[in-house]
Design a protein around this ligand. Structure first.
Ligand code: G3H
Length: 195
């Protein structure tokens, strides 16, 4: 690709309550980010060429992409949905710690390989992202609006970072990242929305 644009969804009502997973709507701040995103994208593109937008199938990413220009094609991918927390979906980290203390420790010790009961590990996510990465490699000008765990894996792929370390990487909310692969490494630029 020439460049790949990455963004997490705007803040969701679950983010506000510290809950993981689910399919919550955006919070008022998250909605502000959605309104701001077209401007950040315009600044980052440098010209008028339209991007193609890939979201997950979850409401918070679709709502975040809602105000992008109409000539941007949009596609929803199930493979871009958030890491499936299985039985822990919809819980806070404190609730997981109280109800599944051994799992909480096991995850902390090996976050890349730990698979939620009835859910996924980061390793599983990296595997399900393979078709996405293949499609990305032969596409131009894609903006991906997805979830923190998914962005960590995509980011690590383009930045040639160790996937086993990516589960700990912080990907800020309300920030647009542009990655441009070059012969000797990938250039990175960021636009942080002030909301
Ligand atoms: O909401 C879940 C996060 O995006 C994934 O966070 O893998 O650090 O628990 P975690």
């Amino acid at each position: 690709p020439r460049s790949v644009w990455l963004s997490r969804h705007g803040e969701s009502l679950y983010n506000l309550n510290g809950k993981i997973g689910g399919d919550a709507d955006l919070s008022p701040r998250g909605h502000q980010y959605a309104q701001k995103l077209p401007e950040l994208v315009r600044q980052s593109v440098g010209g008028d060429r339209p991007l193609t937008v890939w979201t997950s199938t979850l409401k918070r990413t679709i709502a975040t992409a809602r105000f992008l220009p109409e000539n941007y094609n949009q596609l929803q991918w199930k493979a871009l949905d958030e890491l499936d927390a299985g039985l822990c979906d919809g819980m806070t980290y404190q609730e997981i710690k109280d109800q599944y203390p051994e799992d909480f420790i096991a995850r902390d010790e090996d976050k890349y390989n730990y698979r939620y009961r009835g859910g996924e590990s980061y390793r599983d996510v990296v595997i399900r992202l393979e078709p996405i990465i293949m499609e990305l490699e032969r596409s131009e000008d894609i903006l991906i609006v997805t979830h923190q765990a998914i962005l960590r894996c995509i980011y690590a792929y383009f930045m040639k970072k160790d996937q086993a370390k990516s589960p700990w990487m912080n990907v800020p909310l309300h920030c647009l990242i542009k990655l441009t692969p070059r012969a000797y490494g990938t250039d990175e630029e960021r636009w942080q929305a002030d909301i």
